[in-house]
Design a protein around this ligand. Structure first.
Ligand code: GTP
Ligand code: MG
Length: 440
């Protein structure tokens, strides 16, 4: 059952969320400018967004959040707004929706993908996704279906336990009627599939308290990556290769085919009108044909752009792969040098196995002194100690270790590859001493 938001709202966040950042994304149906005349005729303007920005503004209390209707601007960029909620930092992420009038689906997908992949790279995962749908919508078609389709493809299935399918704008409709619509949304055709796989039906009543109630429920979730994040960052896919990109491309192909057929059919009708010397009908059909032709060109141009973006991304990926291979080949022949001075005091050894963190640098040519000035990277020198368990031996520095048994018992792992310290004696470069680890 969806929440009624009438119970007392706890303002105490779950204990384990204290001091942490909880990131929640708002997604869903977007606003739409109804006609070209509309920007000029204020009273004709009808804000049709689901209330993503409204939710963010009400709940975060940040008056800078732009809600459609104020300046009649729909959200076009992903933006996040943070606020404190009982010791935790809540970040609400406002996103643009998919809509065929204002911006192309590809632009919107790119915007969402850029933000989500960047945050995934920074290990900032979403604890929840609130998918909004206005209960005022009488029909479940067009924009509502497209947004839902894109949402499914962006999220995937693993994350659905963290998804709230939330209806908004309850104050704008008759309750009985709204409840009937809510039941329709719950049907298999619309939200049923998502609910069956873990998503939850909720209501947002337009107040901060109602929004906080939803947030409170999401706070103890384990943050998970969306499919789009996994596909872009982990699987290194191009936008077109992702489920969401494929979905847009398939839609563009279908659109292009449909419009082409329409243009052809209109042309046939127009020829008939010309033969019948029906100028009036010829004019009407020509105007209609020009409109469909424009839509056809728009779909074709968008499809082309997506293909070009894909080609550019493939080139970039190939270039990165080539560099990676080169780097690997270079490493194959390289050794790791660790400056003895980089090792400070090491704790007592309690066990047979141990390790300590320091910095190493890749050296391709051991006789090239300049290479010893190159950038360092974190390494862990691991070692075997031939002592009885429980006996404490104070070890201080690598310099001392090299005296006391630095050698084949000390090694570094880089991925699966083991680098061993084959010589006890450090070498001197630029006034510093380095211990060399070689593959083996
Ligand atoms: N009364 C009421 N009005 C709402 C609610 N949610 C949204 N609205 C109104 O609905 C309109 C659209 O809201 P937005 O928050 O801009 O919608 P959006 O989903 O961000 O739309 P886009 O940015 O175009 O994708 C605005 O006029 C809001 O004031 C709600 O829960 N209650
Ligand atoms: Mg908005």
């Amino acid at each position: 059952m969806p929440t009624t938001n009438t119970e007392h709202v706890s303002t105490i966040p779950p204990k384990d969320s204290l001091g942490t950042e909880i990131i929640i994304a708002l997604m869903g149906v977007t606003g739409k400018i109804q006609s070209l005349l509309e920007p000029c005729i204020r009273w004709l303007r009808r804000a049709t967004g689901s209330g993503k920005s409204y939710f963010v503004r009400e709940v975060s209390g940040n008056s800078e959040v732009e809600v459609s209707g104020d300046l009649y601007s729909c959200t076009s960029k992903v933006k996040s707004y943070s606020f404190e909620y009982g010791g935790a930092r809540i970040t609400l992420v406002d996103t643009p929706g998919f809509n065929d009038t204002n911006r192309s689906d590809m632009e919107v997908l790119k915007e969402i993908t850029d933000w989500t992949s960047e945050s995934y790279r920074k290990e900032r995962l979403l604890s929840g996704i609130i998918y909004l749908h206005p209960i005022t919508h009488t029909r479940l078609e067009g924009s509502a279906l497209k947004n839902l389709r894109m949402f499914r493809n962006l999220c995937g299935q693993k994350v659905l336990g963290n998804v709230f399918l939330t209806t908004t704008q309850w104050s704008n409709v008759n309750l009985r009627e709204a409840e009937l619509r809510e039941n329709r949304l719950r049907s298999q055709d619309f939200w049923g599939g998502l609910i069956g796989k873990g998503a939850t039906l909720q209501r947002f009543h337009g107040t901060r308290e109602s929004g906080l109630e939803l947030i409170h429920k999401l706070m103890s979730n384990i943050p998970k990556p969306l499919d789009i994040q996994d596909q872009i960052v982990k699987q290194n896919m191009t936008l077109l290769e992702t489920s969401a990109g494929k979905c847009i491309n398939e839609e563009l192909i279908a659109q292009e085919k449909r419009h082409k057929e329409e243009v052809e059919s209109l042309e046939k009708e127009r020829q008939e009108a010309i033969n019948a010397k029906d100028d009036e009908m010829n004019k009407i059909l020509a105007e209609e044909q020009a409109k469909v032709q424009k839509k056809l060109e728009k779909a074709a141009a968008e499809k082309k752009l997506l293909a070009e973006l894909h080609a550019a991304e493939v080139r970039k990926r190939e270039e990165e792969e080539r560099k990676r291979q080169e780097e690997m080949a270079r490493r194959e022949k390289s050794v790791i040098a660790v400056a003895t001075e980089d090792i400070s005091v090491i704790a007592h050894i309690h066990t047979f196995l141990g390790g300590y963190l320091t910095r190493g640098r890749w050296i391709f040519d051991i006789n090239n002194h300049e290479e010893f000035e190159s950038n360092t990277f974190a390494v862990e020198i691991q070692y075997h100690v031939k002592i009885l368990s429980g006996v404490e031996i104070p070890v201080k520095t690598l310099r001392e270790l090299s005296g006391e048994g630095m050698g084949k018992s000390n090694y570094i792992f880089v991925g699966e590859v083991r680098y061993v310290c084959k010589s006890r004696t450090p070498i001197k470069r630029g006034g510093r001493h380095f211990v060399i680890f070689r593959k083996g």
